[in-house]
Write a protein that binds this ligand. Structure first.
Ligand code: NAP
Length: 311
């Protein structure tokens, strides 16, 4: 079993910021990331609201620099998946798919994942026209039609990004008013390639190997409409951005959570377990942004440092 002073679970902005602060404090630190550093931010095409980010800053470019910063201060990184744990004692044990680890303190920064519509055909056609990542899949829809489900910041921003590729982008929103920030809405309404389908939900996505049609329902009239792919295209894209759910299943029963599964902390990121902290989108909070994730990570690392020193 490999030992560290501090283990951070999650290599998104919260985990990387925590790693930076821990590394600079000369705390022996490991960041365990499941798949790919960056969390949700690597599927974000444009970052306008992280201080210091100007035009052309993408999620991946920001994350690359954050990872390098942690490495500069001696933080170790490993790709593995936490499957079980014992956080109750002074030595925290993390069981992963490939290896087991122990640490004096743990910061949980495992983030959140996209919510699915939950309609028939969505899972089956995921990666075959249904997508949750515009940066990853937009290029596949060069000159095709694309539908974006959702009305928040993510849906509207990603819809605008998709207009750079798709022939036409239609936002399908369940109400007649967007939730997205007003500044984002202004840009969206001024975009000639962007259309809106209000008061509408997706009931079913159909296709044999690729998305071919989609049944939508007007929630006010109850009317059902089947949208077919253009005959020449044969398919279209359905990009889903309807929020996120915390990645907390594996932590259930180990730390306190609210009814939605977000981890409860105090303002210094302490969970209800001594030596266990949470940072970023995974914790109950009012604003989930890169800037708040980084702030959480910094606070959690400083508090973890104090905890380790006092042990
Ligand atoms: P969000 O703000 O929670 O918006 C989710 C949207 O999806 C809402 O419009 C919601 O409709 C709709 N929705 C939820 N469940 C649905 C369902 N089952 N069927 C159909 N529609 C559904 O989520 P988000 O846009 O992913 O953003 C998450 C957080 O990240 C927010 O705090 C956001 O500010 C932040 N974010 C910021 C930026 C940025 O500023 N650059 C970019 C991306 C994300 P209702 O409006 O009717 O509830």
């Amino acid at each position: 079993m490999k030992n560290y002073d501090l283990i951070i679970i999650g290599g998104g902005p919260a985990g990387l910021a925590a790693g930076l602060y821990a590394g600079r404090a000369r705390i022996s630190t490991l960041i365990i990331e499941k798949q790919k550093n960056g969390g949700q931010i690597v599927i974000t095409s444009e970052i306008e609201n992280y201080p210091g980010c100007l035009e052309d800053e993408t999620g991946p470019s920001l994350i690359d620099r954050m990872v390098k910063q942690t490495e500069k201060f001696g933080v170790d990184h490993v790709f593995d998946t936490v499957t079980d744990m014992d956080l109750s004692g002074k030595e925290k044990i993390l069981h992963c798919l490939h290896e087991d680890y122990s640490a004096k303190a743990v910061i949980i920064a495992a983030g959140a994942n996209p919510v699915q519509i939950g309609c028939p055909g969505e899972i089956e056609l995921s990666g075959k026209g249904v997508s949750y990542c515009a940066t990853c899949d937009a290029a596949f829809f060069e000159d095709f039609e694309v539908y974006v489900v959702g009305g928040g910041d993510a849906a509207v921003e990603e819809a605008m990004y998709l207009t750079k590729f798709a022939r036409k982008v239609t936002i399908i929103h369940r109400r007649n008013e967007l939730r997205a920030a007003k500044s984002i809405q202004e840009k969206a309404f001024a975009n000639p390639k962007l259309d809106f389908m209000w008061d509408t939900v997706v009931q079913e996505i159909r296709g044999d190997g690729l998305v071919e049609s989609m049944v939508v329902k007007n929630v006010k009239t109850g009317e059902l409409t089947e949208i077919f792919a253009d005959e020449d295209d044969g398919t279209f894209g359905v990009f889903v951005f309807i929020g996120f759910k915390p990645t907390t299943e594996v932590f259930r029963g180990h730390v306190g959570m609210d009814e939605k599964g977000y981890i409860l902390t105090d303002q210094d990121m302490h969970t209800d377990v001594p030596g266990v902290f949470a940072a970023g989108d995974i914790r109950q909070k009012s604003l989930r942004q890169v800037v708040t994730a980084c702030a959480d990570g910094a606070i959690a690392a400083v508090q973890a440092g104090k905890y380790i020193e006092e042990m």
